[in-house]
Ligand binder design. Structure first.
Ligand code: SF4
Ligand code: SF4
Length: 197
């Protein structure tokens, strides 16, 4: 069956498109005037609890991230600076997007550790940020806590993360929301600013 066969033919009013356009304008206007009213009430201190929708001025202003969010990968290091990764290929095997490419090498200087990666690439253009690689790793050698979400690039090759880059990335805890002992969110700049208004 052709996929288009399951759609009913358009009615007269649907063909006109006018009702859909009017409905769209109505919905947008409703939100616009609702938010405008709430912001005015708040600015005039008539109703301080009124919270209209706000637009975050990205990228000048970054929204705090929640700790469970998976962000760009990094590779962890041993105390001597070598990768913790033992090139077991678990992450490459489990990756549903087939976007991890590891070439293993012998680790001659340490008889306790047989292998290490010669190269370790992740194609972020294919990655679906499922976190399976982190879960599967027996060495805690790969993490997704860099807080980096800005991964766009002008070329496909530019989307490939190499081992050197991943080894030099640090966790960006300042981008994450923090909690008090009571479990309340201690916000970062964005929420602090919102509260002080
Ligand atoms: S997050 Fe998922 S898709 Fe991305 S590299 Fe890891 S296992 Fe593969
Ligand atoms: S990152 Fe972890 S799972 Fe992947 S090859 Fe290295 S040790 Fe194995």
């Amino acid at each position: 069956m052709n996929i288009h066969d399951k759609y009913k033919p358009l009615t007269f009013w649907e063909k006109l498109y006018l009702p859909a356009i009017i409905a769209g304008i109505w919905l947008t206007s409703k939100h616009f005037f609702r938010n405008l009213t709430l912001h005015i009430l708040r600015a005039l201190r008539i109703r301080r609890s009124a919270m209209g929708a706000v637009t975050i001025q990205y990228p000048e202003f970054l929204r705090p991230l929640f700790p469970r969010l998976r962000t760009m990968h990094r590779l962890t290091k041993r105390e001597d600076g070598t990768p913790r990764c033992v090139a077991c290929m678990m992450c490459e095997t489990v990756c549903p997007a087939n976007c991890i490419y590891i070439i293993a090498d012998e680790k001659l200087e340490d008889p306790q550790i047989e292998k290490m990666p010669k190269s370790f690439d992740i194609d972020l253009g294919l990655c679906i940020f499922c976190g399976y690689c982190v879960e599967a790793c027996p060495e805690d050698a790969i993490r997704m806590d860099t807080g980096i979400l800005e991964i766009s690039n002008l070329t496909r090759n530019g989307m490939v993360l190499d081992m050197e880059t991943m080894l030099n990335l640090e966790p960006r805890q300042d981008r994450y929301v923090k909690y008090t002992k009571e479990g309340d969110i201690v916000s970062q700049e964005y929420l602090k600013q919102s509260k002080s208004e």
